[in-house]
Design a protein around this ligand. Structure first.
Ligand code: ZN
Ligand code: ZN
Length: 164
């Protein structure tokens, strides 16, 4: 009984905190996160990839891996693929970016910890998007990031061949 009361109290605090946060930041509570055109997962700003098959119509993918898979699975060649620079969020052409593959930053990997059948906790991940690919405008920034977060440097052509 006590536990339930405690849980309710926690929930109350959580809800109040959430309302304060939402009103404070001016965010509408019913705003839905954008979904990946390929896998349907939430799109994270740091890996949000824009794919253009038709002029003026950008489709969003959760990361460059889904974008390339999307292109490979469609009959058309994408006119443009654009990725965000990890440090500034600036949109850059995917062909000109430098990538860190397999770092410890995995935006498409849900942070939700689940319990498997053997009662062992595990973090829910989405294989298609792993290892993660993070984009940078310059090679220097990619190397700097790699030193902190692991992974290896890659370029667009390598990623593209990998998805074929
Ligand atoms: Zn996706
Ligand atoms: Zn992804």
């Amino acid at each position: 009984m006590e536990v339930i009361i405690f849980k309710n109290r926690l929930l109350q605090i959580f809800l109040i905190a959430q309302v304060l946060l939402l009103t404070g930041m001016g965010v509408l509570p019913n705003q839905k996160p954008e979904k990946c055109a390929l896998c349907g997962r939430d799109v994270h700003e740091i890996t949000k990839t824009l794919v253009t098959f038709e002029e003026g119509k950008d489709e969003k993918a959760c990361c460059i891996k889904c974008a390339l898979k999307y292109e490979a699975e469609s009959s058309k060649k994408a006119l443009a693929i654009r990725v965000p620079d990890f440090n500034t969020g600036e949109t850059i052409e995917a062909e000109k970016a430098f990538y860190v593959v397999g770092s410890d930053i995995t935006p498409c990997c849900s942070q939700k910890v689940m319990i498997d059948q053997a009662k062992m906790p595990f973090v829910l991940c989405y294989d298609r998007c792993l290892p993660s690919v993070i984009a940078f405008k310059t090679k220097e920034e990619a190397i700097k990031f790699m030193k902190e977060h692991g992974g290896r440097i890659s370029i667009f052509n390598e990623l593209e061949n990998f998805e074929k």
